[in-house]
Design a protein around this ligand. Structure first.
Ligand code: CA
Length: 284
């Protein structure tokens, strides 16, 4: 049945062809799965540190990047809920980072910059930034603008839509990292064992499913953009890293496993769709 060789999990496939983005600096909060994830893109270490401390104190999950390219790699592998972005970065300009992020990422972007000219502000907003804060700034004001941006984002896209998806009989909750049976959909009700966790698929007895970390990360790319085509190269880069864009067999392998777990009829998927030669689509 197709490609039977197991595809490696990220990190087991040997080094990528190009240097990776470097270690992802996460706040390591034990509540990370449900915390709002903020990506700070800033090359001034002191400012990054101050932002991280303030955001963590408010229960945000914090990722940091010192360069534009690192920011794009981190965002692809750990999609942020919001981005705080300096324009003056050591490699590519922050405006370019906005353009690249906006090709796939809808998270609000707040520019944090020493550039004060109207032209800089207009340029950043025109390419997709949501707000612009000029350095020096008051931390309280930045945090208030961040909250406002996140509220607007929730209003526009809908937190549930980005965080939860129904696939066949299963409710996939990205924030909680749980897959549970949609209430009332279990034809035979709960199995005798109660909340049995099974890997097998929709046979009507299990009330929850277990997915691998790789499967979660692939699903996250798809579910956050319901109805949209997500290019294979983007998922491969985001999950396995730069240099893996051509390894479409990895993706086929894991998508087949996801379908066996989640689709009522894996041979004729209705929600996790393949667009041959292009990518994949989550159809709600
Ligand atoms: Ca800077």
């Amino acid at each position: 049945m197709g490609d039977a060789r197991p595809a490696p999990e990220p990190g087991q496939a040997g080094p990528p062809a190009q240097p990776g983005p470097g270690p992802v600096q996460s706040a390591g909060s034990p509540h990370r799965a449900t915390a709002t994830r903020i990506l700070i893109v800033e090359d001034e270490a002191e400012l990054t540190r101050a932002l991280r401390i303030n955001l963590r104190a408010r229960q945000y999950d914090v990722l940091t990047a010192r360069t534009g390219r690192e920011a794009l790699a981190v965002a692809a592998s750990h999609p942020p809920d919001a981005v705080i972005l300096d324009l003056g970065l050591p490699d590519i300009d922050g405006t370019e980072v906005i353009v690249e992020l906006r090709r796939w990422c809808k998270a609000p972007i707040i520019v944090l910059s020493g550039r004060t000219s109207p032209g800089d502000k207009i340029g950043a907003l025109d390419v997709g930034a949501d707000d612009y804060v000029t350095k020096p700034f008051a931390m309280a004001e930045l945090l208030a603008r961040l909250r406002a941006a996140l509220r607007r984002d929730d209003g526009e896209i809908g937190q549930d839509q980005r965080r939860q998806a129904t696939i066949g009989h299963w409710l996939v909750d990205l924030a909680a990292h749980q897959v549970t049976r949609v209430p009332g959909s279990g034809e035979q009700g709960r199995g005798a064992g109660g909340a049995a966790v099974g890997e097998g698929g929709a046979d009507g007895t299990e009330t929850s499913l277990r997915l691998t970390p790789t499967e979660w990360r692939i699903l996250e790319f798809l579910v956050r953009r319901p109805g949209q085509l997500v290019p294979s190269a983007e998922i491969l880069t985001g999950v396995w890293g730069p240099g893996f864009q051509q390894r479409t067999n990895y993706l086929r392998f894991h998508m087949a496993r996801l379908r066996r777990k989640l689709e009522a009829n894996p041979a004729r998927p209705r929600h996790l769709l393949t667009e041959p030669g292009m990518g994949y689509r989550y159809q709600p």
